[in-house]
Design a protein around this ligand. Structure first.
Ligand code: SAH
Length: 404
């Protein structure tokens, strides 16, 4: 393949995506996941990528620089590099975390999360479908899980069905030999209990959001624990209550989960129940409120809190949603601030890839200024070490802590 000049430069500088309309020349039509060799304008080897005819990103770069021979060992090394990168990050008190974070680990469109002895392989691109027979035995050999659950993003489910693969299928290890993987709809327990910072949580690995848990917010949950003592905590967009369980252990006076989904709140209740070995958690009143956060915060019952967490789902999945999302973050922060007692802390988070750090922090800081209340900025946070971000589009997660 040959690329347009701007795309060629971007690839040379390490960007992992080439949009289909930037592919200037290809010697033949390829199939999804085939290796593509890219030559530069001087006809020198530039890079290797996976051809992705099913996506606007027509090419996902694997390697740039000197020519390499792609062998099973080459792939295995890549798995080991990802694993090495996490060495020492977690002890046995944390058994849920990300092993492979997509292009940031050299595995474009592929995520591998560990929950205890289960790994969840989530694919966001069809490029991996034809490679599963080679890849899955390697994952078993390198990460030693008891089972592997396959999750598929919605946009690739139709293509996967043609290969008899479905979202929530599982592969069982074949001790007898590699290369012999079969995927079937999961029949084992759809829920895994794992540990995070010594706390126990359930992850719905077969059907839940993401791969079953929001592993990417772990560092914020840990920080919230350190701020929670003596506070009434509101966990807005609580999902399965992670922030509340940490807050309770941190000595919160009470925790309230607020989510639109009864399913999420059910899981939050079970997560509190899973941690009854902690005296702080046993002693901390826990309440669940099922409501739309935007409405409840703006016009719900007159209740105030000392720590409010706002962690909504992505509000800008596409570029044209950006302006609306920035506004919504501002409104949300304003209504959260309106419910904070003096000395109260607001944690406002965004996982919208199309809203930049500056735009998001700007919206929250504006809301704080417009509240007319004196406040200080405690800190901002970004990606955790097991969720590295190595190119601009990968920086989706950001959070800001303000105290009033
Ligand atoms: N903070 C969580 C992750 C939040 S995921 C954690 O650390 O695990 C986003 C959650 O927002 C989901 O549970 C979803 O059900 C909920 N949600 C989406 N829109 C909502 C709305 N308008 N009001 C309340 N909850 C909403």
């Amino acid at each position: 393949m040959r690329l347009g000049p701007a795309a060629e430069t971007a690839v040379r500088q390490g960007h992992p995506w080439v949009y289909a309309d930037r592919i200037k020349e290809q010697n033949r039509i390829g199939s999804a996941g085939e290796l593509a060799v890219i030559y530069d304008r001087r006809d020198q080897f530039l890079a290797l990528g996976l051809y992705d005819p099913d996506s606007p990103i027509g090419l996902r770069i694997l390697h740039v620089g000197k020519p390499v021979t792609v062998t099973p060992d080459w792939w295995r090394d890549r798995l080991r590099t990802a694993r090495e990168r996490r060495r020492g990050l977690f002890d046995e008190q944390t058994t849920g975390y990300r092993w492979i974070h997509g292009e940031n680990d050299g595995w474009p469109g592929l995520v591998l999360d560990r929950y205890e002895q289960t790994v969840v392989l989530k694919l966001y691109s069809t490029v991996w479908l034809s490679r599963l027979p080679e890849l899955v035995p390697m994952l078993f050999a390198e990460f030693h899980p008891d089972r592997l659950i396959l999750r598929l993003s919605r946009n690739i489910q139709e293509a996967a069905a043609k290969a008899d693969l479905g979202d929530g299928f599982e592969a069982i290890a074949h001790p007898s030999g590699a290369g012999n993987v079969r995927f079937v709809p999961a029949t084992s327990d759809p829920i895994v209990i794992f540990k995070e910072s010594g706390l126990r949580f359930e992850a719905e690995v077969v059907q839940g959001q993401k791969t079953g848990f929001y592993l990417d917010q772990r560092e914020n949950r840990r920080l919230v624990e350190t701020h929670a003592a003596g506070r009434d905590v509101l966990n807005a967009f609580s999902f399965s209550g992670g922030f509340s369980v940490y807050s309770a252990r941190g000595g919160a006076r009470s925790v309230t989960d607020l989510d639109i989904s009864s399913h999420a709140l059910g899981s939050a209740g079970r997560n509190v129940a899973l941690n009854q070995n902690s005296v702080q958690i046993v002693g901390c009143p826990h309440e669940s409120v099922q409501a739309d956060c935007f409405e409840w915060l703006a016009a719900g019952p007159r209740r105030e809190f000392d720590l409010i967490i706002l962690d909504p789902p992505s509000m800008a999945r596409r570029e044209h949603e950006r302006a609306g999302a920035i506004q919504a973050y501002g409104k949300l922060a304003a209504s959260g601030i309106g419910r904070l007692r003096p000395g109260g802390i607001l944690l406002s988070a965004s996982c919208s890839a199309h809203v930049t750090d500056a735009e998001f922090f700007g919206a929250v800081r504006d809301a704080a200024r417009k509240s007319g209340r004196r406040h200080s900025e405690l800190r901002i946070t970004r990606h955790a070490a097991d969720h590295p971000a190595t190119f601009p589009e990968a920086w989706y997660l950001k959070a800001i802590y303000l105290q009033f």
